[in-house]
Design a protein around this ligand. Structure first.
Ligand SMILES: Nc1ncnc2c1ncn2[C@@H]1O[C@H](COP(=O)(O)OP(=O)(O)OP(=O)(O)O)[C@@H](O)[C@H]1O
Ligand SMILES: [Mg+2]
Length: 259
């Protein structure tokens, strides 16, 4: 499986009823990749994640996850969603949140953690540096710590691919740098797809960058191209700062908004 894509998308169109949010998406992601996808609010980033997770069926085109249709392949995906529900005053411990990564479809009838489950949870909390917090309530943690717990929950599934939707949107820049460091380490054995609408949040740790705004511009390298910026934002913007060493932003000569 050396060169087999872990996620492969070809000529894919998807959306909601009349609204085709994603148009003609082509994307291949491999096991050692760490891809950052940027794009404006409403551009279709979360929708793309839903398609990859098999929650939305494409209108046209093909998608595979670990060589299988998404509904089957998604068991190899650890997912950290854009919004979390347990944040406020829900008396659940750090351990229990991570343990949710081990739930199986019939858990309501008969769910007991096996020693294998416990080992996976412990390993996940160790990887994120949250094991010492395992008895704490989730709402007692800072935003950055909480985010690590949600990553632990995703890791407890022992995924081949980690999908993160805006993981740094509610954490300060120091915590977000630490999160990126953690993700870089995890990328030694897990393919990572990171979504953000914030260009500045994409740090040095991503290996390649793409942009989604209905269309996906992704060439498998780390340059933020003129095309990406125009597709994503309508005009070149000057806010790509730290962590993107080889950006190529041509000077702003074309008056995109006057056309
Ligand atoms: N469940 C839904 N039903 C109908 N339309 C939806 C649904 N979810 C999203 N949309 C629409 O699809 C478009 C893309 O939304 P999506 O959530 O994928 O954007 P996004 O890039 O993740 O944005 P953000 O940066 O704000 O998270 C938007 O116009 C949105 O209103
Ligand atoms: Mg979103």
């Amino acid at each position: 499986m050396d060169k087999q894509a872990v996620i492969s998308i070809k000529n894919l169109w998807a959306g909601y009823e009349a609204d085709m949010v994603l148009e003609d998406i082509n994307f291949d992601m491999f096991q050692d990749d760490f891809v950052g996808l940027i794009g404006p609010n409403g551009g279709g980033k979360t929708t793309l994640i839903r398609v990859i997770l098999g929650l939305i069926k494409p209108e046209k085109g093909q998608i595979t996850v670990m060589g299988q249709e998404p509904a089957r392949g998604r068991k190899h995906i650890g997912y950290v969603s854009q919004f979390q529900v347990e944040d406020k005053h829900f008396p659940i411990s750090v351990w229990d949140v991570a343990a949710m990564g081990r739930l199986r479809p019939n858990f309501l009838h008969n769910f007991r953690l096996s020693s294998q489950d416990n080992d996976a949870i412990e390993m996940a909390l160790k990887e994120t540096g949250m094991i010492d917090f395992r008895k704490r309530r989730i709402y007692e943690l800072s935003g950055g710590q909480r985010q690590r717990v949600y990553i632990s929950r995703a890791l407890a599934t022992e995924p081949k691919i980690l999908l993160l939707d805006e993981p740094t949107s509610s954490v300060d820049s120091q915590s977000s740098n630490q999160l990126y460091e953690l993700l870089s380490e995890l990328n030694n054995h897990i393919a990572i797809l990171l979504i953000s609408h914030d260009l500045t949040a994409i740090s040095a740790s991503v290996k390649t960058i793409g942009c989604v705004n209905r269309r996906l511009v992704y060439e498998g390298n780390k340059e933020i191209t003129d095309e990406m910026v125009e597709v994503g934002y309508g005009c070149p913007v000057d806010l790509i700062a730290h962590g993107v060493p080889h950006r190529v932003l041509p000077s702003h000569q074309h008056e995109v908004w006057h056309d």
